[in-house]
Structures are given as C-alpha cells and as structure tokens.
Design a protein around this ligand. Sequence first.
Ligand code: TYC
Length: 126
Amino acid sequence: MAQRTKMKHMATKPPRPAPAPRLPSRDEGGSVVLERRTQKTKPPQMYQVVMLNDDYTPMEFVVVVLQEFFSKDRETATQIMLKIHLDGKGICGVYTRDVAATKVDQVLDAANKAGHPLQCLSEPVE
Ligand code: TYC
C-alpha cells in the first residue's frame, strides 16, 4: 500500500510544471498591459441555406430570388438555379444561424406572395 501512494505521478509522464505567471508587459504604444488572454472563442456554427427543386416555380423567379436575397450576379444565380433544377437541391449561401433563418423567411415569404411552391431550408454545415 505504501508503494501505491508513492507511485501517484509515475504512470507515464511526470506532472506538468505550473504555467509561468503572466507579467505585465508593454504594448506598442508603451502602455502597460496588465492582462493578455489567449483567444478562447470559437468561430460560430455556420448554416447553409438549401433550396429545393419543384416542378412549378418558374426558373426566372428562382434566379431573381438568388440575386435579390443571396446577392448573386445574374450568371451565378442562373448556374445555381440550373444546378437545383437538375440535382433536386442546391446551396444558396452559408451564413450564421440567424442570418440563414432570415434568408429562408425572405425566400418563403416571396414565394408565398407570388403563389409559387418554392421551398428552402437551413442546416448546420458539417
Ligand atoms: N424546376 C423548375 C422548373 O422547371 C425550376 C426550379 C428551379 C424550381 C429551382 C425551383 O429551386 C428551384 N420550372
């Protein structure tokens, strides 16, 4: 039993030394900086807005929606629309959660007002 208590830190590596205390340093302007923290914030989870194909929404409407709400130029909007038309769905853009939700609302609202069944959704990336 005495042996066991002595072996406390002997598993693989010796215990890590305590981190050096942070000392005040000077910034470029010469002011004393009392505290420097390493950045701990992670980038936010991003969401992709996915548009779905259907048989009724006019191609032109989709192109205009992509230009208006996703800031695509006419050519890019047309390519994305054709990709959705051929593959069944496509990504319109990638945004933070609230911005993606707003884009979905804008698209669904515009589609409803115009009487088209266009659907889109947002989903976390990865
Ligand atoms: N498939 C539609 C048509 O042929 C066009 C369309 C494209 C509809 C993309 C929706 O997300 C969409 N008129």
